[in-house]
Write a protein that binds this ligand. Structure first.
Ligand code: HEM
Length: 498
């Protein structure tokens, strides 16, 4: 990769061998600003321009086969943000389950089950809920009325984030940790390493990552030493208890998850913006608004015999139709390719799968009632897979009992999707390929319950307070990165209720 350095670009004749000249000619030498350091060119830009991404098939079943690997399956220009050496080094520096192949996760997806022991519905209801409520109370405080909302969203977003992970907020979060968070989020939004804005945020994130990791590690130690107030209101508490600092969730993995989760959480910005946009009178979506009113008037949380409450179903349909996560990326098994395998990803598309007529009779309608009879993780068992013509479950069913004192288990459907059972009560997830926003099978989102609750809380707050959203008529709205490859005009405000 040294072909991209400024030395080569500057004098134009540094390579001496024919090979070196050839490889230099094959690469975009001299096309990028001189401020881009050699290591950035080699570590971020070159992998990006060499990379290829292909669209995978639309699944018929809610799973992705293991031949599409999850191990290190991420766009290659991201590595420099996560690891010092510009390439993955999970053994030494820790790894997130998000980029871990099934075969490396411990027995029956153990790592994922430990991860999810911290994000179960009972904890959301009793331990984390006030953190979400506080976030929306701040966001929709009267002082913010009439102002572009996404800027305000990010005023307290990192407080909520670190509070959920480590029980830390406000001044206790060092400036470097906040800097890393905003640079990481900006990088994700602007995405293209060939741009100056990405270069700036990327290198700032690299400078602040080590202080951030040291800080997180010290907070993990505080948790172990019993120095954190209300420790059971944090993810790390459950990862420590249920992983036992063993091989399937090492201390360095806990630290890694704590900052890698910025990627997962970054999608809350995009989702919030899109939900608000649909609820704007006139400019929004009439059908969505009418369903919202009906759902909230009739009783959002009533149990009506379906696996999901009316508000659950409404949020699920928002997720299916907004689909903030475009697709599930995998590294394909390679038969033939000259480039390194790490440069090729295949993406199983989410919107196209959610809207495939194989899966729904009315795929393009906004219809929360579709989930009244949709298959769930509880339904998809041995009998069900036989009915659809398979000889056995693609993923063996297992039940992980948490070790933190609760009577809770992380189970899985026949297709691998993990879900929680608490005190004998199952909390099903919709388990059909047609519901794709959170991905599929063993690698489906580990934060799905929390994300759905976050959006439910946004909607409850808006309804309770009579909030209306409005589009601002701004000449130059601020551009704001709100999720991977997504930068929006910050142009939605709210009016408080009477
Ligand atoms: C709008 C919000 C979110 C959306 C749309 C979303 C979507 C997804 C999708 C599609 C995947 C599967 C990726 C793949 O298979 O390649 C995934 C994985 C994952 N998500 Fe989320 N996510 C969201 C928020 C969160 C949050 C808040 C958390 C943490 C609390 C989280 C934790 C994870 C984890 C750990 C995985 C990896 C699971 C595995 O590989 O086993 N996500 N998410």
């Amino acid at each position: 990769m040294s072909d991209l350095t400024h030395g080569d670009v500057g004098n134009g004749n540094s390579p001496t061998s024919a090979d070196a000249r050839l490889s230099q000619e094959a690469l975009p030498v001299g096309l990028l600003p001189r401020e881009f350091e050699a290591e950035y060119l080699a570590g971020a830009v070159a992998p990006f321009v060499l990379s290829g991404q292909y669209v995978g098939e639309i699944p018929s079943l809610p799973m992705i086969d293991l031949s599409y690997s999850k191990q290190y399956a991420i766009e290659p220009h991201i590595w420099g943000l996560l690891y010092d050496g510009w390439e993955p080094n999970g053994d030494k520096d820790g790894i997130a389950v998000f980029i871990q192949g099934y075969e490396y996760r411990g027995p029956e997806n153990a790592r994922k089950r430990i991860y999810m022991s911290a994000t179960t519905p009972d904890l959301i209801a009793t331990k984390y809920h006030h953190k979400l409520t506080r976030f929306f109370d701040d966001l929709f405080a009267n002082r913010n009325a009439g102002k572009p909302l996404m800027k305000r969203f990010y005023d307290t977003y990192f407080d909520m984030y670190w509070d959920l992970h480590l029980g830390v907020r406000g001044d206790a979060i060092p400036a470097e940790v906040r800097d890393f968070g905003s640079s990481f989020t900006a990088f994700l939004g602007y995405w293209y390493p060939t741009s100056e804005v990405v270069h700036e945020h990327y290198m700032r994130a690299r400078r602040t990552r080590q202080p951030l990791q040291d800080w997180v590690d010290a907070r993990v130690q505080d948790m172990i030493d019993g120095k954190v107030p209300n420790p059971d209101q944090t993810f790390v508490y459950y990862w420590l208890k249920n992983g036992g600092l063993g091989e399937d969730f090492r201390r360095k993995d806990i630290v890694f998850e704590c900052f890698h989760n910025l990627l997962a959480f970054s999608q809350w910005g995009n989702t919030t913006y899109n939900v608000m946009a649909r609820l704007v009178p006139d400019a929004g979506n009439k059908t969505v608004r009418s369903w919202f009113e009906r759902t909230m008037t009739a009783g959002p949380d009533v149990s009506d015999g379906s696996a999901f409450t009316p508000l659950d179903r409404f949020v699920m349909e928002l997720m299916r139709t907004i689909s903030p996560n475009a697709g599930s990326a995998s590294l394909p098994t390679r038969n033939q390719d000259l480039r390194g395998a790490q440069y090729t990803t295949v993406v199983t598309p989410h919107s196209a799968t959610s809207e495939d007529p194989r899966h729904w009779t009315n795929p393009c309608e906004f219809d929360p009632d579709r989930y009244k009879n949709a298959p769930t993780t509880v339904d998809n068992d041995e009998t069900k897979v036989r009915q659809i013509g398979l000889a056995r479950c693609p993923f063996p069913r297992d039940s992980f009992a948490v070790k933190d004192g609760r009577d809770a288990h992380i189970e899985n459907s026949a297709f691998g999707a993990a879900y929680a059972t608490v005190e004998g009560q199952a909390f099903p997830l919709c388990d059909t390929a047609g519901y794709a926003p959170f991905g599929f099978g063993y690698r489906r989102c580990g934060g799905e319950y929390l994300t759905v609750e976050f959006i439910k809380e946004l909607l409850r707050k808006a309804w309770r307070d009579g909030i209306t959203f409005n589009k601002l008529d701004l000449d130059n709205p601020e551009r704001r990165p709100v999720g991977p490859r997504t930068v929006i005009d910050d142009d939605i405000a709210f009016r408080p209720g009477a």
